[in-house]
Design a protein around this ligand. Sequence first.
Ligand SMILES: Cc1cc2nc3c(=O)[nH]c(=O)nc-3n(C[C@H](O)[C@H](O)[C@H](O)COP(=O)(O)O)c2cc1C
Length: 435
Amino acid sequence: MKKFHLGWFMNFTPDEWREPFGQGGQPWDGQFYIEMARTLERACFDYIMIEDKLMVSETYGGSRAAGLAGGVMAPKHDPAPLAVAMGMATAHLGVVATMSTLAYPPFLMARLASTIDSLTRGRFGWNIVTSAEDLAAQNFGLDKLPARELRYEMAEEYMEVMGKLFDSWDEDAVVIDREAGIYADHTKIRPIFHEGKFYKVRGPLNTVRSPQGRPVYVQAGASPRGRDFAARHAASIVSIASGAADMKAFRDDLRARAAKAGRDPDAIKVLFCVTPTLGETTQDACERHERALNAPHFIDDMLAQISAITDIDFSKFDLNAPLPGRLTTNGEQGSLDKFQQFGSGKTLRQLVVDGAGGVVSSVELIGTPAEIAARMGEVMEEVGGDGFLITTPVLRVSRRYLVEVADGLVPELQRRGLTRSTYTTQTLRDHLMEF
Ligand SMILES: Cc1cc2nc3c(=O)[nH]c(=O)nc-3n(C[C@H](O)[C@H](O)[C@H](O)COP(=O)(O)O)c2cc1C
């Protein structure tokens, strides 16, 4: 079987500060996460991906209290400088930062992405999001979030502008001809004069063309509109599914959409979120899983998180009864659908504890490193390929967990020939295209 890819999904929030093996929740100088990046590089991950939101949520319980008390989703620092710090402390690992089309004017986004791609020598990826919360929109001069259709329509034009800006410098524009006294050849650097429905940008970029030309586009669209957007633009698509059959259906659908848009489906790597629970024995892993689900703050943290990303206050619902009906949101509908399992008859409490926290795991992985490695291989065989995005239920990590994955699980995957044992390429795009 072809090898598959590994990514890690985290955010620039406190570490697993409540747990006995947490570092204490003070990662703000970046050192904790720089060490994390080095650990993942040791395990030959393709990339580390930094989640982001642009607000302090007040959805859960109608207040900032629960989210801030748990350190779930806030405080949260800016992913772009952290991506630079992680990229400069490593040599091969791809670094992917989430940045919103709602927040950055296209010129600033293109200039920032180009600069980070140069600083990381071609290992930068951009997780393209349109933002999904009214509270975020209110930090950018709007009263409420534009409707999903409009957000994607704007994002399509945004991507057109980005492409033009990245191509406003030819590959050979920098000549550094000392004798002729020419650093850059102006005939190879052109304004773009973009004038569309939403954006007006003159160009050219004022940064040199970066090693990858443009960052690796990462996307997580889940709605039909979102999937079309992802299939048209992304080199890697990240998703949360419910089981191997669902994973296969999602990947097949995206590949079909990509082919329809004239792209080679093999140029897109679909990575599925999983939250492995590792133990010395199967029983040990099962006990750890149970303990995590029954931790006093687990339900509150999970509900604060899902409330923040869906703009729905889950404190309103009875924990011991099914949800009142199918919920919809202008926010992350895909994440909401995965969570609510409409029609399953499960109580809200069951939805939270289902799987490894329900919200973020595409398939249940509980066991010894060898057992989980074998299971990941089976699942990929069934799905058809590409890879996994490892994470935790509320995204935060401890050093101990990182080491369990990097030095326990990954060597078992490598022994089976399932994942990379060494890097043979330099850029993130080439890592993704290697197999
Ligand atoms: C694995 C994963 C990571 C995501 N990361 C972010 C993020 O960091 N910031 C954000 O605003 N949205 C994030 N999203 C939400 C997606 O960008 C998207 O809005 C969501 O999947 C719903 O899809 P839709 O917009 O097509 O309805 C993420 C979604 C998934 C599945």
